[in-house]
Design a protein around this ligand. Structure first.
Ligand SMILES: [Zn+2]
Length: 254
């Protein structure tokens, strides 16, 4: 099976969610990590985890959403993290490349407070990092968090090396299927035991659905491209990525 480690499913109501999960299952995507971006979507994620055995959840405040949180956001988040099938804190992060995001000095306190919470609860953090990967690795290390996933990784070879050296993981999205994407040159040099894949639905549809609304079922195209870039058999890749998922999110060494 394939595992979609990052999908925003909170726009789906129970009926349409069921269809999307079934469609994913037909495409061998049997596990989906549904990721929140703020408290209202985190509540939705905890509810969706109850609807399907295929769904796990991650809850957190994304860097884009830091300006719209109520003062008690941290205690709300702590209690949501204790709900069933919530296996990570995310997505959280820092983005210095997108002018639509709040300034970094507003993003940073949210990022640090959430990393500290994840470290305290010994949960993995799912990190959105654009334009400051090495700084983000440094912050994570200084806070002492053990398990971090850099989602939708598009950084340089050096960024990848810093992430791997810290013992962290990274995840590739549909961007690796885009012909001119620079990340394609980095992919073969990443240690395979640190790699995961994701759709980042509803964004970033892989080729041949580029530009359309993304869904977890489309993960198979990203998986296929990863197998090609690595020159690995699909079955072998599936097993390796399952193993990686279990060791990151469930502390498993199997
Ligand atoms: Zn996301």
């Amino acid at each position: 099976m394939w595992i979609d480690t990052h999908a925003h499913l909170f726009d789906y109501e129970p009926d349409s969610l069921k269809k999307v999960v079934q469609e994913a299952s037909v495409a061998s995507v049997e596990v989906i990590l549904s990721t929140a971006t703020d408290i209202p979507t985190a509540i939705k994620v905890t509810e969706q985890c109850q609807c399907s055995d295929h769904i796990y959840g991650a809850v957190g405040i994304s860097p884009f959403d830091v300006t719209s949180q109520s003062p008690d956001w941290l205690s709300s988040l702590s209690s949501l993290l204790r709900k069933p099938r919530i296996i990570a804190l995310g997505e959280i992060g820092l983005d210095s490349t997108n002018p639509r995001y709040p300034p970094l000095n507003m993003q940073l306190p949210f990022f640090e407070a959430q990393l500290e919470l994840a470290a305290r609860l010994d949960l993995p953090a799912i990190v959105h990092s654009r334009g400051s990967e090495k700084k983000v690795v440094e912050i994570c290390r200084s806070i002492g968090i053990r398990r971090v996933l850099f989602h939708c990784f598009t950084g340089s070879f050096d960024d990848m090396q810093a992430i791997v050296d810290a013992g962290y993981y990274l995840s590739f999205s549909g961007i690796i299927t885009f012909k001119n994407a620079e990340i394609r040159a980095v992919v073969p040099s990443v240690p395979i035991e640190r790699v995961l894949i994701e759709t980042d639905s509803p964004y970033l549809s892989p080729v041949p659905y580029r530009g359309k609304k993304n869904r977890p079922a489309f993960l198979k195209y990203t998986a296929g491209e990863l197998a090609r870039l690595l020159d690995w058999e699909s079955d072998r890749l599936q097993l390796q990525l399952e193993k990686n998922f279990n060791s990151l999110f469930f502390n498993s060494s199997l």
